[in-house]
Write a protein of this length. Structure first.
Lengths: 240, 240
């Protein structure tokens, strides 16, 4: 399993992914699930992935190939695509194609699947964030729903529901996604450290902060402890 | 869907269930999911249910029939059963039988299923709480894991993880299950008010408190608001 979350805020975008993949509980590995396509100052696209590693790796590899292809066109390269909507379409089509190809090799029962969050901005355009479904269709984050989640999303949703708004600061947004991840890590063994955290400031069209948070990271543990403490304090003060 | 939770604590047991059932989003109804078998002072058994209404209703009806049968034996009646373990077996067998019967009437694709939490105490015995699976097997709450959940359990788990211990007071326990339910209500439309809350004090072998919390209940709303406020306060004080 996986947990990835992306926030689309007035000040910028924040994405967080875990790195655990597993084929059975006895076969666990660490793989990066966050990928960047960047032309600094001109365009930044960040993709986080959940689902079959064979599907997500192949999809990202094809997107990368298409960008590096000397015959790349605005219809095939996410770096040349005229709009973020077109980027979402390119990613969606690549994902759907790869999934179909791999599905054909597998029996129906094993069907491979994947979902992705695509976040980005091109110079002159707005920041946009999409959730791409296995079939290649997608939905977009909006003012009303400024966050998207893929993978094991339920444990970490209550905190996002309560604190994330478009006006949330990037600093609070980082706290929110890390606490959302913390709740998920506690409850699902198949979501695991290290974590990849990415912050993209509005209109900079480049990666702002990129941070890998290793297992045992002191600031993450302190934050987690402080949150547990705050929850228990708040809990003790409520009367029924 | 459904959300039910039961806590097994030193001071007693607390159970909470929602009441929403649905066959599609356009066919919603309210059904009680909490049932009691009581011989006050001698024995209390409370069952909360999740899953196909046809399965859970028939199972409870058969358990009730078996209790009222004038030929009831300790092998068939949960009121006569010598131990709580035997009660769990009777409920498990009834559930598995009903599920099999209904499954045979349905195609495989529609397969009906259900799970139950059975909590109780007989005079002279210990309080015990079991989660009964659709196949009739079961697990038991312990010191290490003093709560059991059925139905839509993920949204409401982080709060339980953080505040529930065997030493938790019955008053805090009621808060904990209500806040756990509140997080679930916010995230899953198929879990809905009113709620049924039951408190059983240790060694009393009878229902202590039984409370139905209707939609719009002021104390529940105040508690929910206070918790949102406490979460935001705690959140704002954490630094990363």
């Amino acid at each position: 399993m996986t947990y990835c979350v992306g926030l689309l805020l007035n000040e910028g975008m924040v994405l967080l992914s875990d790195t655990r993949t597993n084929a059975g509980l006895d076969n666990i590995a660490t793989y990066r699930k966050m990928f960047h396509f960047e032309d600094p100052g001109e365009r930044i696209i960040t993709i986080v992935t959940a689902g079959s590693l064979s599907v997500t790796q192949t999809t990202i590899a094809r997107l990368r190939e298409a960008v590096e292809d000397k015959d790349a066109t605005p219809d095939t390269s996410v770096i040349l695509a005229p709009t973020m909507l077109k980027v979402a379409e390119i990613v969606g089509n690549a994902l759907a194609t790869v999934r179909r190809e791999i599905d054909e090799k597998l029996s129906m029962a094993q069907g491979a699947s994947a979902t992705m969050i695509v976040a980005g901005q091109r110079k002159g355009g707005a920041m946009r964030m999409f959730l791409i479904y296995p079939e290649g269709n997608f939905i977009e984050a909006t003012e009303d729903t400024p966050f998207l989640q893929i993978g094991e999303h339920k444990y970490g949703k209550p905190i996002l529901d309560r604190v994330v708004k478009p006006t949330t600061s990037l600093s609070d947004a980082q706290k929110a996604v890390l606490l959302s991840m913390d709740s998920t890590l506690r409850s699902n063994l198949s979501v695991g450290m290290p974590l990849d955290l990415c912050v993209i400031q509005a209109d900079e069209c480049k990666i702002g902060t990129l941070r890998r948070i290793e297992a045992g990271d002191e600031s993450f543990r302190n934050m987690s402890d402080a949150w547990s403490h705050a929850l228990r304090e708040g809990f003790s003060q409520i009367t029924i």
